[in-house]
Design a protein around this ligand. Structure first.
Ligand SMILES: Nc1ncnc2c1ncn2[C@@H]1O[C@H](COP(=O)(O)OP(=O)(O)O)[C@@H](O)[C@H]1O
Ligand SMILES: [Mg+2]
Length: 450
């Protein structure tokens, strides 16, 4: 017979069940018909973990990790599932062509830039030509020589202005629906001025546009201006003259097609250079920013568009990067940015993304000093700091910032969507159907075992 009472505190004091450093299930799994995408499970108790963008302080997400740690797999999986489970619109800037083969899985679209589709970065997109001209110059930043960037930017700006003027596009909104010039026009204008200088034809030539005359005189009178021009012409020629005239063609796409068609992969891998990829990315982001502001703040706060920028760190760290604007204002308009990078030195310099993110996922990081500084930024416990050094591929530390709760970081095993396995069938021609079916069934069973 048991007699007497036992106080609760004594029982608790003796219990050897401790709560592992993992969040309560209600933070991780969606409520009934909540909008969420499955990520994987927690390391110790194997609770399912979901991304629930609307419950976090921001839709933005940062994914960090060394090369080969599983960033692309993570982001690809998460975005595919977001489209599948809550119909998210996703726009992926696919620099390396790693997303394109997966779009079909969710009925998405692949836009191959430079092959079947083109984007004219001089489309006005509803803003005055002067504003667009400044944006074009910003987008073309990767093309400038580092030591001559300022001067080349100024020359390009003048050429772009002249190209709009040539097409009769002015500050008057009635002229904005005319066919826009392309970078090819800007290149031609500069090349002609250059020829005028070389042949000294400029001395007797009448220039209709005052800006044109000023520009030609600058080139005639300054060696360094001429040097800048020559450098710029070289770069422009590479993307505006056939067969690589990617940036000298009219658009075959509209912004709506990119941002409101479910899962869309903008495959940039066929463009001729890293600079071209960065310029197009910046340009499309500029259009998204303008479009977002013009559309006004929607009444219902909901994630409408996920923009994925994987390893395009040059775009993110640019001084006037449109990513910065998306990051600051996107939430109001229902836009979330997912940025993945291996370059942690850039993150420290300009950590607006990290500060604004509602979710940070840190995969394996090789460099000790990077791990230490990140541990501090994320406020990792002693235990997690130890685990951080031993993460495997596909494991990450999740830091989720909820609007209604403080949840410490925890470890997640990511359940990635892996590429499909190829099964090869070899069947002798004389075999009847019955045998084919039997063989196919065997192979199917064998494949399923993996
Ligand atoms: N969650 C995962 N589960 C199993 N394997 C993974 C997972 N994530 C990545 N991998 C493996 O790691 C490799 C590199 O992943 P990837 O996402 O391309 O890395 P990163 O983008 O960080 O360079 C992949 O080819 C895949 O084989
Ligand atoms: Mg990658």
């Amino acid at each position: 017979m048991l007699a007497g009472r036992v106080s609760v505190s004594r029982v608790v004091g003796r219990t050897n069940l401790v709560r592992p450093p993992e969040p309560l299930a209600r933070h991780l799994v969606p409520k009934q018909d909540g909008r969420a995408a499955y990520i994987g499970h927690t390391e110790i108790l194997r609770k399912p973990v979901f991304w629930k963008p609307e419950e976090l302080i921001n839709y933005h997400m940062v994914v960090l990790g060394s090369s080969g740690s599983g960033k692309t797999y993570f982001v690809r999986t998460l975005t595919l599932r977001s489209t599948l489970s809550f119909g998210a619109n996703v726009l992926v800037f696919d620099i390396t062509g790693e997303y394109a083969p997966f779009a079909e899985m969710v009925g998405g679209h692949v836009v191959q830039l430079g092959v079947r589709h083109f984007l004219n970065i001089m489309d006005l997109g509803g803003v005055p030509p002067a504003v667009r001209a400044a944006q074009v110059v910003e987008a073309m930043q990767p093309f400038f020589d580092t030591d001559r960037a300022t001067r080349q930017a100024r020359i390009l700006r003048d050429a772009v202005d002249l190209a709009y003027a040539e097409k009769g596009i002015t500050d008057d909104p009635d002229t904005w629906d005319r066919e826009p010039p392309t970078l090819g026009d800007a290149y031609r204008i500069l090349r002609n001025l250059w020829r005028d200088v070389i042949t000294k034809e400029y001395e007797n030539k009448e220039y209709e546009n005052e800006k044109e005359r000023e520009l030609v005189l600058t080139f005639a009178n300054s060696t360094s201006a001429r040097e800048s021009l020559v450098g710029l012409l070289d770069k422009l020629r590479a993307v505006t003259e056939p067969p690589h005239d990617y940036l000298a063609k009219q658009s075959t796409l509209t912004l709506k097609e990119l941002t409101q068609s479910g899962y869309v992969v903008l495959d940039l891998s066929k463009l001729p250079s890293e600079s071209a990829r960065m310029s197009v990315t910046t340009s499309v982001l500029q259009y998204i920013v303008e479009d977002m502001r013009r559309g006004g703040v929607p009444a219902e706060r909901r994630l409408r568009l996920i923009v994925v920028i994987d390893e395009a760190w040059k775009v993110i760290s640019q001084k006037d990067s449109p990513v910065k604007t998306l990051d600051k204002e996107g939430r109001k308009y229902g836009i979330g940015v997912i940025a993945a990078t291996q370059d942690l030195s850039d993150i420290k310099e300009d950590d607006y993304l990290l500060n604004n993110a509602g979710a940070v996922f840190t995969l394996m990081i090789q460099k000790d000093t990077d791990r230490e500084s990140l541990s501090k930024t994320l406020g990792l416990s002693q235990y997690l700091q130890g685990r951080f050094a031993n993460l495997l591929v596909g494991q990450c530390i999740a830091k989720l910032k909820y609007r209604q709760a403080v949840v410490p970081p925890f470890i997640v095993n990511v359940r990635a969507i892996l590429p499909q396995k190829q099964v090869r069938l070899r069947i002798k021609l004389s075999d009847p159907m019955r045998k084919i079916k039997k063989l196919a069934l065997q192979r199917y069973r064998a494949a399923k075992r993996y």
